[in-house]
Design a protein around this ligand. Sequence first.
Ligand code: ZN
Length: 413
Amino acid sequence: MHASPFVTVVALLLLGARAEQTEQGEAALTDDTAQCAPYSIALVTNALSSFPTIGQPVLSIPANDTVALAKFNAITGIPNIAPKGVNGTLSNDTINNYPATDPDCWWTSSDCVTPKVSGLAPDISSVPEPRTLGYGFDDGPFCSHNEFYNYLSAQNQKATMFYIGTNVMWFPLQAQRAAADGHQICVHTWSHRAMTALTNEAAFAELYYTIQAIKLVTGVTPQCWRPPMGDVDDRIRYIASKLNLETILWKYDSFDWKVASGQATTADVTANYQSLITAVGAGTFDTVGAIMLTHELTNYTMQTAVDNYPKLAEAFDHLVPIAVAQNKTQPYAETNVTFPSFAAYVSSRSSGGSNSTSSSGAAGGSGSAKGSSPSSGSSQGTTGSSGAVSLQLSYASSGLVAALTLLGAILAL
Ligand SMILES: [Zn+2]
């Protein structure tokens, strides 16, 4: 005997969940409340026992995860630098008493990007291609990002997305969309704490489980990460390097993340974008390109990104994902997933063609191998045709989004 559709709908309503959704189905939603309605997919629910609690800091490796424990215990030579706080919160004493000589190359104190521990690669805070912006967004996947991602697709524009592990587990279909759209995915830790204020094990776990979440959901293993708040020192760089993660920072900050908490005005953010654009005209990036910190944290930050896209595209010669600016055609551990070289990306854009990533095989998680971009093939935003597009975003009123927005404000940057 089959349940009637009515009975099925009532059952789903009683359960408070939607039927198993697909990446394409989720990507087709444009209403904020619909996008942000809770859902679950078997890919994630079946793997929950292999992950720490979603939405909480992971302060130690779960005792039953022998694989992770073995990986962590195999790391030797971690620089003997004390945590700069407790449980991911920086200590004011540490901040105030930290030596001006900056012995740990602590970015939070000095913007240091050249490690003092030998053997560690410098952080990436600019891109090698001149007059180029390494284009990226932190703190996703945000549940209501479809209109923003639709806009990027309409511009045939790829970006680097620094994803929070917990968000990936909450919104796996949104993360799958990023992979399907050809964006580069990097790690932004499991719970967005100050990494230098964590023990070695907790810092490892924050990175490791985010890598695992992204691999589970999108099928790719990221090899780049950005420290929340830029908080990194040589101890954390060392642990990240043992997980094959390159540390990516920035030199310019839009401060879009400060608006939600009232620490900055929208006019401030507009001015920050404008000063970057002015610097392009002044020749600041004639030898090396730029990276600016921007977010998909809230509807405001995404709308601001859209509003400023045509201006950035006109000012810079090229807007490209950071891997493309680095000419990394295999940015993931999976060598069958390839990105275009810088030359190929630029060439395909100037001809209006597709520059999507390609995969010679199933990349893993369902929906992750859509392959081609839904791009309209439109040319660079300098045409101005996109300038008038408004996402018409509005904050959804559901408690979940309110909670997420609040969390985002707390986690901001
Ligand atoms: Zn962040």
